[in-house]
Design a protein around this ligand. Sequence first.
Ligand code: 6PG
Length: 251
Amino acid sequence: MEPRDVRLYPDAEAVAEAAADYLIALASDALAHRDRFCLALSGGSTPKALYARLARPEEAGRVDWSRVHLFWGDERCVPPDHPESNYRMAWDVWLRHAAIPAENIHRVQGELPPPDAAADYERELRAFFVPESLPRFDLVLLGMGEDGHTASLFPESPALHEHHQWVMAVETRQSVPWRVTLTPPAINAAAHVLFLVTGAAKAERLQEVLHGPHEPERLPAQIIQPTSGSLTWMVDAAAGSLLYFTSDTLP
Ligand code: 6PG
């Protein structure tokens, strides 16, 4: 597997700070040359600290957010005001304060029946990225579950084998059983993918994902290998406690 860019930070707040600087630098550079920056957000709890940092005036002023387009790597099949909604988490913590135009926020319509939500999101992505044969996100943010899942690509999921669709509705064993997720080809077409992983509970699985054998059926985070983009992991000391770094990769 390709050498990876794994960056170790003292704690979750340091990860959020580094991720904010990384995202802002990518967006500023892209917007200096192009008219838009396409960002796919992660759900879950880890990115909350990042989104809260992006909501701060000092960070908000560093990017022309009016030219940023937001998408989601996955969404739970619930209404947008539901406590489990990834859209709601980002709205509450960041987007309600951000200068991103409403028409640039492309949420998954989780309130629809799962197959319709997936089909609608796929239509929206294909219309937005036309005439591309894959969605060209500038940056996809991802987290990793304790079971090695990412987005809503769970172990043994049929979505792990999807090669044509960009979006799928998947049934999971989570509290909200149905989710909509980007598929591996849709994520791997990104220019940059950034994993944020924090907390001791993820240490063993992270070590397996990064240093263990290639078993994407059991460890779906391993399926994320950008075709021509970069792959970066930002982890805190607790999640990275079992990782080893060769001399040329010491953080
Ligand atoms: C979601 C996320 C999911 C998340 C991991 C880690 O919808 O929940 O997309 O893939 O990133 O489950 O979640 P935590 O950040 O809460 O540990």
